[in-house]
Design a protein around this ligand. Sequence first.
Ligand code: F3S
Length: 399
Amino acid sequence: MQLTKEEEKMLDGEYGNAIKKSMEILTALGDIFGAEKLIKVGSVQIAGVSYHNLGDAGLEFLDELAKDGRVRVITTLNPAGMDLDNWRNLGISEEFAKKQKLVIEAFRKMGIIVSCTCTPYLIGNLPIYGEHIAWAESSAVTFANSVIGAMTNREGGPSALAAAFVGKTPMYGLHLEENRIPDIHVEVNTELKKFSDWGALGYCIGKNASNKIPYITGIKEAGLEELKSFCASVVTYGSKPLFYIKGITPGSEKHKIPKEKITVTKKDIKKAYDEINDDIDEIEFVCLGCPHASIKEISQIAELLKDKKISSNVEFWVCTSKTVKQLSDIRGYTKIIEVAGGKFACDTCMAVAPLKGRFKSVATTSAKGCFYSRGHNNMMTKLGSLEECINAAVTGKWS
Ligand code: F3S
């Protein structure tokens, strides 16, 4: 890879240890993937924030970098393992909280915005069309590439952090136009009636378009919430973190429809539900906001919970960012949800909080949430509409 004089100096350690280590990561990646050079990035999203995933080795790595590492571009954080303020309310242990706070302190020292959300685009880290960025977190990467039209690979925690310190990333993969051409046509031949159908659709496409870029036709409309849910699901279950929806997402107008074709029918959507859902009646945990809830989703949750009481056998979380929760406070949604017995889980989520062994079953609107709850936390899963999840929260049963 061709380096500028300044980049050479960075690699030689003239700008300190964190930048030297970062350049080692970036040049190694660049060499592996055949990048010609580094390019400037407009922003970075860091994943690998939960102490649950990092452990002591990860914390030590961050502490070392925090000694002299300072980010050069807007950098935000993925969810942590707990609500940074109300962790006790979520049943997090003192021991875990102590370690998680040390992780956050290391990031804060580096100049990173302690945002802890997988929807950074809802709280001000919003790139523009065509902008190069270096984001980790698969759903956010897919949203940035597909819905915004920004350009990013699916970074890992260390490579995203390295890009933040250097302000650059190797130019390969989805930073190159020639790698952003769709290579499979997906015709959606069924109506998406409920919100969770978008997660089921992501499941169908992800499984069948494994490691390909889908060009999707047959969808007439999609809102932000539907798109973010679809982004989370399609990449979790297998496709590349980029898709086009004809007439809806940017860039769909400039690409030809690929020859290879698959069709998604009503039967496929039903099969997706059958495969995601376990055969259970009792629900112990209801978790909404995966990806982190928007203010519109929270307003819908509040509307459905008005004058209802969540079953004492059910733990109910709304996962979102602190910023969106503040809007919810102002609008009065928080009070409605809390009076009903629900909890806000800001800064965290069902995949990265230490939940293993706490609940046997979970109901959610998120297909990605089901994947991680089953795979990481051994829970039985139910994917359903917001109405079905609220009903499960109130009755403790899936019906
Ligand atoms: Fe976000 Fe966690 Fe879901 S990171 S996409 S809320 S699994």
